[in-house]
Design a protein around this ligand. Structure first.
Ligand SMILES: N[C@@H](CCC(=O)N[C@@H](CS)C(=O)NCC(=O)O)C(=O)O
Length: 170
């Protein structure tokens, strides 16, 4: 199973850790977004029209979006449903956290920090939105006693990797 990745990408790390939790051996294909820009080649664009990493290729089946990849791996290769429980309520809360992570937490984190990379002027609303997302995250963590214990591994991985990104930037 191939994974196109870069090690500093929290999205890629979440897939790598999920695969490790499932005892899956990944054939890691290192990408170079900044220098070689091989995510923009026609070959890669065929696999992933979004031109992003990670991309998983499992027996000819190509899939992008780290959360979708993590769910795919857990559903297809999990020996049981402990990573992504079938119980409707638990699963819907896991989905809520994953969508929150993608639509709010990660988005606002990136909007707040990426102006450094791209030299864009900082929008004063970016910090406020990021702080608001952190307050919500804090509430979720309080509700679950310890980092999303109730919700098992997938959202935890995503959040941990977001934290990794934070350390990388600061
Ligand atoms: N929502 C996507 C985000 C993927 C993403 O944006 N990855 C970055 C690297 S961390 C990327 O590929 N950037 C290249 C680009 O946007 O051109 C996921 O979770 O897989």
């Amino acid at each position: 199973m191939d994974l196109y990745y870069e090690i500093d990408s929290p999205s890629c790390l979440s897939v790598i850790v999920t695969a490790a939790a499932l005892n899956i051996n990944l054939n890691l294909k290192k990408m170079s977004l900044m220098v070689e820009k091989n995510h923009l080649t026609p070959e890669y664009t065929k696999l992933n029209p979004q031109q992003t990493i990670p991309t998983l290729v499992d027996n000819g089946f190509a899939l992008a979006e780290s959360r979708a990849i993590n769910i795919y791996l857990a559903e297809k290769y999990g020996k049981d449903d402990s990573l992504y429980p079938k119980d409707h309520k638990i699963r819907s809360v896991i989905n809520q956290r994953l969508f929150f992570d993608m639509g709010s937490l990660e988005t606002h984190l990136l909007n707040y920090f990426l102006h450094w990379f791209y030299g864009k002027p900082q929008d004063s609303q970016d910090l406020k939105k990021f702080e608001k997302a952190l307050v919500a995250l804090n509430t979720f963590l309080e509700e679950n006693n310890y980092v999303l214990l109730e919700l098992k591994l997938l959202p935890l991985l995503t959040f941990q990797c977001t934290q990794h990104f934070w350390h990388f930037l600061t």
